[in-house]
Design a protein around this ligand. Structure first.
Ligand code: GDP
Length: 293
């Protein structure tokens, strides 16, 4: 088990009870602990460095009060800063109808699963979702989406003979709208790693469909790689949100902080299991506690 950050802070700050103020000198050891906590949660090293700098600036000069320990005080500063960086109130999505949502991400990130999960969540909000299978490379991906659509009783558009993904997307949108759907979710192809062909394809799709929302589905265990993945997809498609999956696993969630800090794209939802209802609106405070351990 990780020693809690508050305990580590208390130890690192044990000598500064009653000294009056937090200073650069008396918080140095504590801030080293913060940096190592962030790095062990897989936060990108640059993000960790900048974060510690911000906390140093915010804590220097703060009065040590009698009611709470310096450890608790600095943990509060760190926590508030993390919550702010992770983004407050990020679950807002476009109110346009029809609403078009483009799902992008690497293969295995949970894109197809999240497409179906989102459809359920939208239906709970009173919307009528329809799904479009835009993976022209893996027939199994179309089968998977079809199975999920059937289970959830969602209209789905597929065309196994069409290899031009934009044609599929356009025809699917038209067909599903004519069936009364007011939210169309496009599940796109992924690759095991970011490559030019994949990026070109999602970039073209974004241009041609002009979706109101573009969600990057990212595995929370991506670690340091999260930065490259989110930056590349953001440059290609101008992401409007991130869905962070597999938070039911061991990942400490540092990827969330790295992606949000370096792209500015808000995390909107999290995946918390394989079941179709295992999707939640993102809570920055919960993520902050998870990262800090
Ligand atoms: P895609 O290739 O990006 O479309 O990924 P899939 O949707 O096929 O998901 C890949 C695997 O991850 C599947 O076995 C999913 O059940 C699993 N998965 C997706 N989201 C989650 C999640 O939030 N938690 C867990 N534990 N597994 C997930």
């Amino acid at each position: 088990m990780f020693e809690s950050l508050t305990d580590r802070m208390s130890k690192a700050l044990r000598n500064i009870r009653g000294v009056g103020k937090l200073t650069e000198e008396n918080t140095a050891e504590a801030l080293k602990e913060v940096r190592s906590a962030l790095l062990s949660a897989d936060v990108h090293f640059k993000v960790a460095r900048e974060f510690v700098e911000r906390v140093r600036e915010k804590s220097t000069g703060v009065e040590v009060t009698k009611s709470i320990t310096p450890g608790q005080q600095i943990v509060k500063i760190i926590n508030d800063e993390l919550v702010e960086l992770l983004g407050n109130d990020t679950s807002e999505i476009s109110t346009a109808r029809p609403l078009r949502v483009l799902m992008v991400g690497l293969h295995g990130s949970g894109k197809t699963t999240s497409t179906a999960k989102l459809a359920r969540l939208f239906r709970k909000r009173g919307m009528k979702p329809g799904l479009v299978a835009c993976d022209v490379y893996r027939p199994a991906a179309i089968d998977q989406l079809e199975t999920l659509a059937k289970e959830g009783d969602f209209p789905i558009y597929t065309d196994r003979d069409q290899k031009k993904v934009i044609k599929i997307a356009k025809a699917g949108e038209k067909e599903l709208i004519s069936q009364g759907c007011d939210v169309i979710i496009f599940d796109t192809a992924g690759r095991l790693q970011v490559d030019n062909e994949l990026i070109q394809e999602v970039s073209d799709l974004k241009q041609k469909i002009q979706p109101e929302e573009v969600f990057l589905v990212a595995d929370s265990a991506l670690g340091q790689e999260a930065v490259n993945v989110s930056k590349t997809f953001h440059e290609a498609t101008n992401l409007t949100g991130i869905i962070l999956t597999k938070l039911d696993g061991d990942a400490r969630g540092g990827a969330a902080l790295s992606m949000k800090s370096l792209t500015g794209v808000p995390i909107k939802f999290v995946g918390t299991g394989e079941k179709m209802d295992a999707i939640e609106v993102f809570h920055p405070d919960r993520m902050a506690s998870r990262i800090l351990g």
